[in-house]
Design a binder for this molecule. Structure first.
Ligand code: NAD
Length: 322
């Protein structure tokens, strides 16, 4: 069995490797070569923690396993540990033997950023110049860094519920040599060609009337029942794509638009179908495309398998007899 500890991941995993792994597994999901198992998430009644498992099997990439982990809200204060903790376990699909245990914290941020990047690659207008960020927390910095590699962006604009956090994303923009401007939501929606929202909000910030024709929006924060980042009417106006339709309509951004009868389950398309060429994706410069990124276990397995290969290649994988 191979162990890749969390401390090794920053030097091993690249944004390119994460992007390729996530693009590949979205394609495999759409061609039904890979499927996600039902998600388990439990309030364990200790330390206010939410703990669970996301797993799946990718027959194309031969990745079988699960990510175990969750959210411990008191970690930082009590233990100086980050509140989100996760570990990925990979198994040999031929025998069921455990193959690898991989630190999942940084990988989660990289695979989530890769998902919105894959959506930008396949759905945003090629001439997109302005990217708008809604959210400025931990994930937002990863999201922006990855997205900037997908188009020749010239400017980053941003809005956050807590404006004092905006320097987090301003720093990423400036590191990439781009100007940053803090704006109100109506200006963000009007000026941005691509918008990423990654917040923990339970009520919409971005309204349909804010958004210009031709925009691509990646909604990445809504991964639980009740959360919401954009007005449901925006989904009715857009062509909607997702990683996994079942999650999109139950725990993703589409839960609200479907619940209110504004769109149907059949209006939600798999991004993987665009990657595979079985869905035409964006068909006009005026179309609004919206990616509902809910986060699936197969993304975690794909990036973990990729990091195991890199660890073996670089001689830093720890091998234990198990
Ligand atoms: P964080 O705590 O670092 O940042 C939270 C962000 O949400 C900040 O920008 C904050 O200002 C904003 N926010 C908080 N309350 C708000 C409100 N009422 N209205 C609008 N904005 C508000 O969290 P993070 O680690 O950056 O995670 C952000 C979200 O992404 C979480 O909801 C998390 O569950 C989700 N997430 C999704 C995936 C996925 O695969 N889709 C993966 C990881 C995390």
């Amino acid at each position: 069995m191979i162990i890749v500890p969390e401390r090794e991941i920053p030097d091993l995993m690249t944004r390119k490797a994460a992007f390729d792994a996530v693009e590949g597994v979205f394609a495999a999901m759409a061609s039904q070569d890979a499927y996600n198992f039902a998600v388990i998430r439990e309030a364990i009644g200790h330390e206010d923690a939410l703990y669970g498992f996301k797993g799946g099997f990718d027959q194309a990439g031969m990745a079988l396993g699960l990510k175990a982990g969750g959210y411990w809200p008191n970690n930082m204060e009590k233990h100086q540990l980050i509140n989100h903790q996760s570990t990925v376990f990979l198994f040999d699909p031929d025998t069921g033997r455990v193959k690898a245990m991989v630190g999942g914290n940084l990988l989660t941020a990289l695979r989530t950023a890769a998902a919105s990047s894959v959506s930008i690659k396949h759905l945003a207008r090629k001439d997109a110049k302005v990217i708008g960020m809604i959210g400025a927390g931990h994930q937002a910095t990863f999201q922006l860094r990855a997205a900037l590699e997908q188009r020749e962006f010239e400017k980053v604009i941003g809005w956050n519920f807590h404006p004092e956090m905006l320097p987090n994303i301003e720093k990423v923009a400036n590191e990439a040599g781009l100007p940053f401007e803090a704006v109100e939501l109506d200006q963000l929606g009007h000026d941005a060609d691509v918008i990423i929202s990654i917040t923990s909000a339970f009520a919409p910030s971005l309204l349909s009337e804010h958004v210009s024709a031709g925009t691509h929006i990646a909604c990445m924060g809504t991964d639980t029942k009740g959360k919401q980042e954009v007005e449901s009417a925006l989904l009715a106006r857009a062509t909607v794509f997702t990683d996994e339709v079942a999650q999109s309509i139950s725990i993703g951004e589409a839960q609200h638009a479907v619940g209110e009868g504004l769109i149907k389950e059949s209006d939600v398309n798999q991004l993987g179908a665009v990657i595979n060429g079985t869905h035409s994706g964006r068909t006009s410069a005026d179309e609004i495309t919206l990616f509902d990124g809910t986060g699936v276990g197969l993304q975690d397995l794909a990036v973990a398998a990729s990091v195991v290969d890199l660890a073996i290649e670089k001689g830093v994988a720890i091998e234990v007899d198990f």
